[in-house]
Design a binder for this molecule. Sequence first.
Ligand code: ZN
Length: 647
Amino acid sequence: KVFSRRELLHFDRWEKMLCSRWSNHLIRDVVFPNNFNCTRYLSSSLSLFHQKPKKIWRRGDIFLPVEKKDPSSSSVVSNSLLVRGGFIRKLGQGVHSMLPFGHRVMDRLKHIIVEELEAVGGQQVSLPLLHPRSLWDKTNRWEAAGQELFKVTDRHNSEHCLAPTHEEVITSIIGGSPPKRSALPILLFQIGKKFRDEIRPRFGVARGKEFEMLDLYSFDVSEEDTRKTYQVVSEAFQSIFRRMNLDVVVADAQSGNISDKPSQEFHVLSSSMGEDQIVHCEKCKYTANLEKAESKFIWGGVKIGVNGQNQLFVSKKGEETVLSDFEQLLNTGLKEGLQFSLVKGLSFYNATTNNKDNIVIVVVPQRRDPNFDKVTRLSGVSSSSHPFILFTATQPTDTDEFFSNMKKFNKKNISPLPVIIDQGVFLKEEGERKKGEEKVGWFGGETREVLVRVGDVQTAQNGDVCKKGGVSTVKKGIEIGHIFHLGTKYSSALGAIVKGPDTKPHPMDMGCYGIGVSRLMAAIVELNHDEKGMKWPFEVAPFKCAVVTVGKEERIHEEGEKITRLLMSLPELGDSVLLDDRNDSPGFKFTESELVGYPFVVVVGKSFQTSGEVEVWERSTGNKTLVLPEILNEFISEKIALLRKRQ
Ligand SMILES: [Zn+2]
């Protein structure tokens, strides 16, 4: 067909032509060779043709060192597949290089993150990795971070750390240029490298010493405003993970040394790579990290109580026995199925006794584990020491050792003796006691007092009853995100001040939000693979579609290229189409395409020679369909829409 000049001027017709197969001949064979003429005749609305034709990515040109076997003999499937597929290479313990395919995946992950965070008002920054010690000293984190901090000294003998996080840097910047109240909230984020001297780097890029993270920091006028921002960012995180095809659970978590306010973790459940234990109740949807998870376990055996005369007693089947000394409590308890742990280094502060830095005794049932995090939360940590368990007595024969340890570390023989009793073991009086409330009691035979604190100090277990009567299950999760309400810890220390509604200066209220981007890559593979290899979700695949040719004939090569260009004209694919027209055997190329895990593979081979059809393979379902090139884009477009709907 010969087009009139008028027709050629209509851009929309050109677009239509691009989408049908026969016109591809025209575009390549006629229009481009006569490119110069076109530009002379056509208006600037056809600028498309001034551009260089889009480059075709050819498998043969790409550095993708695929291996038959995992050379690293990795313990987790995701790492093994990423290494075998040529996405990553290990340099040292916890240090990895991203090769072209790995890099492409990381780019896609980052792109999604940036899009979703900018949508809620986030602004991208780029902060240094080398931080002077003086800055970290201002928040006392140089020491608190301990051995996880990589420390380096420059030629002037000045100490620095390699950044594991950026609260100090970003807060000092805001402090240096205080914004007006009306400019808040401010949400600043970056995606970049971080360092952590992991005690045990493992699972490939999932837990490295050098890794890629998203970190976002929010600055608000008040705690109430931060709570709103926290919610907004939490929802943005969930959109991010949804687009990556990841089902996340949001778990209440411990904040560690970063803050004493609430925090939540985003986990994907994985029995193979999960390092965290997540307690989850299907009934009420309560989800928490095991360190934090509340549990309700009512111990059916002997219980401890304090009677109206303030005496300590044990109660068995309703029969109360007043205790004459601590030894009797220990012996009876051990015989009746309780365990006693001696913990050193907790502050257990009490206004009347000022009992700090002493030993604390923790009592839970023998078949339960004391939860050290909960114990620490209930009693506080002494500033001068790191808490640790000295000894745990679980049977009557342990009594002597228990006492020798107790004497060794309780030289001052401090009274009252601090005892933390799990709420399931304590006999409640009329009316529920307040959690953590203290009670002073004494033993009948001696005047020595005990300071009793009651609370939830056992580790949750599978089958525990939750607060609302549901049953908790413990599952393994991979932590891919963590959000914290920081409060004013950093803004006070670093002078990030804003005038409040009362016109007085207040430290800004802050939140911080992180996603482990390199870990995401591992988690996605861990959750999306089969025995043949990786199955990349559409949005994050290194290439969304591969065109694989079968046969060495020139015609097949040409058709492969045409089909590739046709697919590239589909907006959902764009330049994310790879042409594998290497002269290798079909089996070799198919095996590789399944290992690498393109969401779509289009085979131009035998059926093309006989019936003119190409074969479309869908990696997620394993379906293979013969499709005429005329309707190929329409077909794939529908499949993509289905994939997106599922997310
Ligand atoms: Zn529940």
